[in-house]
Design a protein around this ligand. Structure first.
Ligand SMILES: Cc1cc2nc3c(=O)[nH]c(=O)nc-3n(C[C@H](O)[C@H](O)[C@H](O)COP(=O)(O)OP(=O)(O)OC[C@H]3O[C@@H](n4cnc5c(N)ncnc54)[C@H](O)[C@@H]3O)c2cc1C
Length: 568
C-alpha cells in the first residue's frame, strides 16, 4: 500500500487537541485561517504521497556517492528537492521579509512529518536548512541575512550544521576547530568535522555551512565557541556563487540506514567564514537552530512510525496464516491486532506531543509570554525523545507483524527501522534529552511541569462524569507524575540523571493519556478514536507506574555495580 500522509490526523489535532485556534487568534499568525491551514495540509500531503514517497526506496538502494570530491545524490532526489523548494515548503515558517511564508511552526511541523514519512533521507535536507534559516533570522547581521536568507528560503542554496568532531560529540565544548580573524571582516576556519548531514549535493547552487569553531581568545568549553557561516562557494559582489572556498568533503560515512542522505567528514583549511552572532556566542546561536531541529527530529521519528504502521497494516490485511478469531487474514489474530493497535495508539501520542510543543513555540513567538516559553522548553526534549523512540519501536513492531518477510529487505519493512534508528542519536542523544528535562528544564523547581500536570488533572476531572473509565486512570497517572516530579527536584543531579530516561518516558505516557482522553471526548467514546483511547489507557498508560519506580531509584545501585562487575 502506498504511503498516505496523515493530513486528516493533523487537522484533528489542530482542531481539537492542541489549541491551535489560540495560535490562529494571535495577530502574528492571523493569516493561518482554517481554510488556509487545511489547504496547506492537503497540498503537502499530495506532494508527499505522489512525488516524494516513490523516491524512498531509491535512496536506500542507491546511496549518495562521493565522486571526485563531489556528492552525487540518489536517483530522483534532485527532482524531489525541486518540488519541495518550488512548493515553498522550506521557508514555510520563515520571515516574509526574506521570501518566507511566515506560517506558524505548527504547520511546518505537520508538513515536515509528511515529507519525512514519504522520504526521510531527502527530508533531512530541508530540515537542516530550516534550522539554519531560524538561526540566521535570530543572530546574523543584516548583511548576512540579506545575502543568505532569500537563497536558503527559496531552496537555491542549502544549509548544514557542523558541530561534531571526533573528540567532541555530545560534549560539543571539546571541539578543536579554530577561527582566526583575517582583519577584513572575515575569519579563517580550520578543522575537521564528522557526520555532517547533507554536507554536499548536486542539486543546489551552493551549500552554506554553519560551523562552530574557537577564536584564539575563546576559553575552553562551550563558552569559548563561536559560530561562522562558511559557504562552499564564496558569493561574489553580486551575491552569486563565486570561487570555491577552502573546504572539502573528505569521505561519506557508511551508515546502517538513511543511505540517501550523504553524511560526510568535512575538512576546513583556512576556509573563509563570517561570524554569526557575537564572538564566543556560538552555542547560544546554535541552540536556536538545535531547538527547532530537535522538534523536527522528533517529527522524523513520528514520520517513520506512521509509514511503518501503514506498511504493516497493509501486510496484515493481505497475509493469510492460521485460523484467526475473526476474518481470514492475520489481522484477525489477537496478538497481531494488539501490535497494530499499540503502534497506532503510540503514533497518535508522539504526534500529539510534537503538535502541542509546536503550538507552544508558536504562542511563545506570538505573545512572548514566559509561560509559553517554559511550556515549549519543557515539551521539546519529550517531543524529541518520545517521537524518535516511537519511530524505532513502531518500526521494529512493523517487522514483527510481517513475520519472516519483515527480515527480508524487499518488503521495505526493515528500511524503516534502519533509517529511523539514528534519530534517537543525532540532535542530542535521547539520554541527553532526558538529562536536559530533569536538569535545565527543572531549574524552575518543576513549575512548568506542575502547570502541565495541573492542566491534565483539571481536564481529567472534567471528564470523570462522562468517561470515568478513561478519566480516572489519567488523573491517577498525573498524580503519580506529580509525586515523582516532587521527588526528583529534591535530588542530587546524578540521582536525577540515573532516572532521567524513565522519567521522560513516564511524562510522555501521562501526556498520552491526556491527549487520548481529549480525542475520545472530541470524537465520542464509541468512535475509532474513542476505542483507540481505551486501548491506550488500559494497555500502555499503566507503564507509567513501573517507570515511576525506575525514575526514583537514584544512582547508587548503578555505581555499586563496578566496572569490574560489568567485565566479569
Ligand atoms: C547519520 C548521522 C548524522 C549526523 N548529522 C550531524 C550533523 O549534521 N551535524 C553535526 O554536527 N553532527 C551530526 N551528527 C552527530 C551526532 O549529533 C552525534 O553522533 C551525537 O551528538 C552523539 O555524539 P557521539 O556520536 O560522539 O556519541 P557520544 O557523545 O560519544 O555518546 C556515546 C554514548 O554516551 C552517552 N553520553 C555521552 N555524554 C554523556 C553524558 N554527559 N551523560 C550521559 N551520557 C552521555 C550518549 O548518550 C551515548 O549513549 C550525526 C550523526 C549521525 C550518526
Amino acid at each position: 500500500m502506498p504511503y498516505r500522509a496523515p493530513a486528516a490526523d493533523y487537522q484533528f489535532l489542530l482542531d481539537h487537541i492542541v489549541g491551535f485556534d489560540e495560535v490562529a487568534a494571535t495577530e502574528r499568525f492571523a493569516e493561518a485561517t482554517p481554510d488556509m491551514v487545511s489547504a496547506i495540509l492537503d497540498e503537502a500531503a499530495k506532494m508527499s504521497n505522489e512525488v516524494l514517497a516513490p523516491l524512498n526506496r531509491n535512496g536506500d538502494l542507491h546511496p549518495a556517492k562521493l565522486e571526485n570530491g563531489v556528492v552525487r545524490t540518489s536517483p530522483g532526489f534532485a527532482d524531489g528537492y525541486k518540488a519541495i523548494a518550488e512548493g515553498g515548503w522550506i521557508g514555510m515558517a520563515a520571515s516574509p521579509e526574506y521570501g518566507g511564508m511566515g506560517l506558524p511552526f505548527s504547520i511546518q511541523n505537520a508538513v515536515n512529518e509528511m515529507m519525512g514519512g514519504s522520504c526521510l533521507a531527502l527530508q533531512l535536507n530541508p530540515l537542516m536548512s530550516q534550522g539554519q534559516i531560524e538561526a540566521l533570522e535570530h543572530h546574523a547581521s543584516d548583511a548576512i541575512k540579506d545575502l543568505y536568507l532569500p537563497k536558503l528560503i527559496s531552496g537555491e542554496w542549502c544549509g548544514t550544521m557542523n558541530l561534531t568532531e571526533p573528540q567532541a560529540g555530545s560534549d560539543v565544548g571539546a571541539l578543536k576547530s579554530k577561527a582566526e580573524d583575517n582583519g577584513d571582516g572575515t575569519y579563517a576556519i580550520s578543522g575537521q568535522k564528522i557526520y555532517i548531514s547533507w554536507a554536499d549535493n548536486d542539486f543546489s547552487e551552493n551549500v552554506c555551512h554553519l560551523v562552530l569553531a574557537r577564536l584564539p581568545d575563546g576559553v575552553p568549553g562551550t563558552k569559548g565557541i563561536s559560530l561562522f557561516m562558511v559557504p562552499k562557494l564564496i558569493p561574489d559582489e553580486n551575491g552569486k556563487p563565486g570561487v570555491a572556498n577552502s573546504l572539502k568533503v573528505v569521505s561519506l560515512e557508511h551508515k546502517m540506514g538513511l543511505h540517501g542522505s550523504p553524511t560526510a567528514v568535512m575538512q576546513y583549511d583556512g576556509a573563509t567564514g563570517w561570524l554569526v552572532g557575537k564572538p564566543h556566542g556560538g552555542m547560544a546561536a546554535m541552540f536556536t537552530m538545535m531547538n527547532n531541529a530537535r522538534v523536527g527530529v522528533g517529527g522524523q521519528g513520528i514520520a517513520v512510525a506512521e509509514a511503518a504502521y501503514q506498511h504493516a497494516l497493509a501486510y496484515a490485511q493481505e497475509r493469510k496464516q492460521g485460523k484467526a478469531a475473526e476474518g481470514e487474514t492475520i489481522l484477525g489474530h489477537a496478538d497481531v491486532r494488539r501490535m497494530l493497535a499499540q503502534m497506532k495508539a503510540d503514533v497518535f501520542v508522539a504526534r500529539a506531543i510534537a503538535a502541542a510543543c509546536a503550538a507552544a513555540i508558536d504562542m511563545q513567538t506570538a505573545t512572548g509570554a514566559p509561560e509559553w516559553t517554559a511550556r515549549a522548553a519543557l515539551l521539546t526534549p519529550i517531543a524529541k525523545a518520545f517521537g524518535t523512540d516511537t519511530g524505532i519501536e513502531v518500526a521494529q513492531q512493523g517487522i514483527q507483524v510481517h513475520g519472516g518477510m519483515g527480515f527480508i529487505e524487499e518488503t521495505g519493512a526493515a528500511q524503516y527501522l534502519r533509517d529511523v534508528r539514528v534519530t534517537a542519536i543525532y540532535e542530542g542523544t535521547n539520554g541527553i534529552q532526558a538529562m536536559d528535562l530533569v536538569a535545565r528544564k527543572m531549574m524552575d523547581g518543576g513549575e512548568a511541569a506542575y502547570a502541565l500536570i495541573d492542566e491534565i488533572e483539571a481536564y481529567a476531572e472534567s471528564c470523570k462524569a462522562t468517561m470515568p473509565e478513561l478519566a480516572g486512570p489519567v488523573f491517577t497517572a498525573a498524580e503519580t507524575l506529580r509525586e515523582t516530579t516532587e521527588w526528583l527536584v529534591e535530588q542530587e543531579m546524578n540521582d536525577r540523571f540515573a532516572g532521567a530516561v524513565s522519567y521522560l518516558r513516564m511524562f510522555a505516557r501521562v501526556l498520552g493519556g491526556y491527549y487520548h482522553l481529549c480525542a475520545a471526548n472530541a470524537a465520542g467514546l464509541d468512535s475509532a478514536r474513542g476505542r483507540l483511547a481505551t486501548i491506550y489507557i488500559q494497555r500502555l498508560l499503566p507503564e507509567h507506574g513501573s517507570l515511576a519506580d525506575q525514575a526514583r531509584q537514584g544512582a547508587d545501585d548503578l555505581y555499586a555495580l563496578s566496572e569490574e562487575d560489568l567485565v566479569a
